[in-house]
Write a protein that binds this ligand. Structure first.
Ligand code: 8GT
Length: 321
């Protein structure tokens, strides 16, 4: 069975809604909604094919785009390689040139069941920001300890989340016992509510289920021990990964994102061997979910991370200071 290489585009409007199109009834995955695009011609570069398809299907001329996510999916009757790009700039007004219905939808309102199965990670990618904050230690303690001063810790979190482009935070405090973690999580949840940020709990899933917060973050050890996606009433679940097998497991369980580390040497994980950007890109290439670059990276690396296939950058020291 051959591989069908497809380029598709994400067009956003000023309210953050994304353009979707309905596939014709008789087509593969007919009746479902998709990101506009189509098959590349043999040897055709992705950006060129994307521009051609969006001109044919929508009557627009793409002038700037960048990769969002690359995915592989096996439908049984067809294997697809999807290159999904964000369209950053275009000329013209999109219209359904092939008679297809169009709609503009906010990513958080998209129902994955109404899209081809391959598109689920695309919807996750659209719902996630490109900067991901991990809490550091409080004053006077090493990165592996918990915060020694919860008041200062919560105040620091509030300061950082005042920035409009940091909308997701993982509460990482491996030095705390369950009770101290739960107390701190309650206080962080209040800060996140006030700043409209999403809080991800890095703790035992059973504890997380009892705590406020938008999601759960799994350590690689917790991820590898699972056989199914944790059944928890929180929309967002991700995991730390350090290998191809962990990324494959995260995708197989239908997690929403992974953190892949360490890209560079870091003081917090001094013994770990850095992946470097080219190995990072190789691992992301085969991963079927959004992946953040972590470990010795900061905001200055955002463009580099995206060029190497990442959703964005995650960090402790780069953001926490
Ligand atoms: N455009 C697009 N195709 C997708 C998406 N998700 C997904 O699985 N696909 C699959 O990718 C393939 C795209 O092929 P297509 O039939 O749209 O290609 P095309 O526009 O060149 O049409 P053609 O077959 O008439 O030449 C289909 O198998 C489709 O099911 C998506 O979000 N957008």
């Amino acid at each position: 069975m051959g591989l069908v290489h497809v380029a598709a585009g994400v067009l956003s409007d000023s309210e953050g809604r994304v353009l979707i199109a309905q596939r014709p009834k008789g087509a593969h995955q007919g009746g479902l909604w998709e990101f506009p695009g189509g098959k590349l011609e043999p040897g055709e570069p992705v950006e060129q094919g994307l521009a051609r398809e969006l001109d044919e299907e929508l009557g627009i001329q793409v002038t700037a785009s960048r990769p969002l996510i690359r995915l592989r999916h096996d439908y049984g009757d067809r294997r697809v390689l999807l290159d999904i790009h964000r369209v950053l700039d275009y000329q013209g007004t999109p219209s359904g040139r092939e008679g297809q219905a169009l709609d503009w939808q906010r990513p958080e309102h998209m129902d994955p069941a109404r899209f081809p199965a391959a598109d689920r990670p695309v919807i996750s990618a659209l719902r996630l920001p490109n900067r991901y904050l991990i809490t550091g230690a409080g004053a006077n303690v090493g990165a592996h300890a918990g915060p020694s001063d919860p008041d200062a810790f919560v105040a620091r979190l509030g300061q950082i989340l005042a920035r409009a482009d940091l909308r997701i935070v993982q509460l990482r405090a491996p030095g705390l016992d369950a009770e101290a973690y739960a107390q701190l999580a309650q206080r962080c949840a209040n800060v996140c509510r006030d700043t409209q940020a999403r809080l991800l709990l890095n703790c035992d899933p059973r504890l997380a289920a009892e705590l406020p917060g938008s999601g759960l973050h799994l350590t690689e050890a917790r991820l590898l021990a699972l056989t199914e996606r944790p059944r928890i009433d929180k929309p967002l679940i991700g995991a730390s990964c350090h290998s191809a097998s962990a990324l494959a497991k995260a995708a197989e369980l239908g997690l929403d994102y992974a953190l892949l580390s360490p890209v560079r040497h870091t003081r917090s994980h001094a013994d770990a061997i850095p992946l470097g950007w080219s190995r990072f890109a190789e691992l992301v290439e085969d991963a079927c979910l959004p992946v953040y670059a972590l470990g010795g990276v900061d905001e200055a690396d955002l463009d580099t991370a995206i060029r190497h296939g990442a959703q964005g950058v995650a960090g402790i020291s780069g953001f926490w200071g």
